[in-house]
Design a protein around this ligand. Structure first.
Ligand code: ZN
Ligand code: ZN
Length: 334
């Protein structure tokens, strides 16, 4: 690789700037956690998500069963960030101080009856159950006209903000469109206005040509480390078919996605020794007409380095691992 770093790079889809500065780096092998991983049991008596402890969660709103019990459950979050108790969503407050009642939905997807599994080692079939569950919940929640946006996300490990080990992800539906999404959509619209092409389609096609940042390509998806990765080993998973909204995925694509997720997270698990990470699904706001220029996708943000004052104050991330290096390393563990 040419020694051209440090370098400021701009993400073409969002116009977000990032500093790629490997000289500040700890080498990738040093990212592995220092402490010895103790192996977890398959079942843990004190875990509220383990089978037998179903009474410790609010009553489930979705479940799928196999021969030996439930395979997946969705329960309302016991400590929800938002509540579905309000009927009206109206702007309150005195200009310029605006507020809206905290209406929304906060659900927990308990992804497996087994305590010690995670994405990357639970198998393709279980991953298919999870994607199918996300789609079911999304398609149901989108009917609620009070809701404007549905965010599916997964926090893995303490550094990613979770306290429970049992494999789970969360769904939060909000009565407003998050400002970060608005910006992303607005940039995508500008790009489309200038070129009559989708920015995300353009980026994924170029990544497929260049190959150096591609982690994995399947029939329907491409996983790559973005040109302007904010964090070491940031990964995006994009559907190849242009589609703004997650819930408009075909069954065949959902199956393929389960396989891609299992492989990509398997590589993270093996290559980086189970790093802490956040996963966020980005999809069009509900009943929004951005289908020509927005493109749903998944962003994976490993929490290997800590974002501090400069990142918080400017929104410019300093990334110590060039994405080309990250992709090369992940490909070794597929
Ligand atoms: Zn458990
Ligand atoms: Zn597109």
């Amino acid at each position: 690789m040419k020694e051209t770093f440090p370098e400021l790079r701009q993400e073409p889809c969002t116009k977000r700037w990032v500093i790629i500065s490997p000289r500040r780096a700890r080498r990738p092998h040093e990212f592995q956690k220092e402490e010895e991983k103790s192996s977890l049991p398959e079942w843990e008596a004190s875990c509220p998500f383990c089978p037998g402890n179903e009474d410790q969660t609010p009553p489930e709103v979705f479940s799928r069963w196999g021969e030996n019990g439930w395979l997946i459950r969705v329960v309302p979050n016991k400590f929800p960030a938002l509540s579905s108790d309000f009927n009206e969503v109206e702007i309150r407050g005195t200009d310029p101080f605006v507020s809206v009642p905290g209406v929304g939905v906060h659900e927990v997807v308990i992804e497996s009856p087994k305590h010690n599994l995670t994405w990357g080692n639970m198998g393709k079939e279980q991953m298919e159950q999870i994607i199918d569950c996300f789609l079911s919940r999304y398609r149901l929640l989108r009917e609620d006209k009070r809701l404007k946006y549905i965010c599916i996300f997964r926090n893995h490990g303490e550094k990613a903000g979770t306290s429970l080990i049992h494999p789970h992800s969360q769904i939060i539906a909000t009565p407003i469109v998050p400002e970060q999404l608005r910006n992303e959509i607005e940039e995508a619209r500008r790009y489309y206005d200038d070129r009559l092409r989708c920015a995300f389609c353009d980026v994924s096609k170029r990544e497929a040509e260049f190959k150096e940042r591609v982690v994995l390509e399947s029939q329907h998806f491409i996983a790559f480390t973005p040109f302007a990765s904010r964090m070491p080993f940031e990964i995006w998973i994009l559907p190849k078919r242009h589609n703004a909204s997650f819930d408009l995925m075909y069954d065949e694509e959902a199956k393929d996605l389960a396989d891609v997720i299992e492989k990509v997270f398997g590589a993270l698990l093996k290559g980086l020794d189970d790093p802490h990470y956040n996963v966020v699904f980005h999809s069009a706001p509900l009943r929004d007409s951005c289908e020509d220029y927005y493109h749903w996708h998944i962003e994976i943000l490993p929490r290997i380095t800590i974002q501090a004052g400069f990142e918080l104050g400017t929104g410019i991330y300093i990334n110590t691992t060039p994405p080309e290096e990250a992709a090369a390393k992940l490909r070794q563990f597929l």
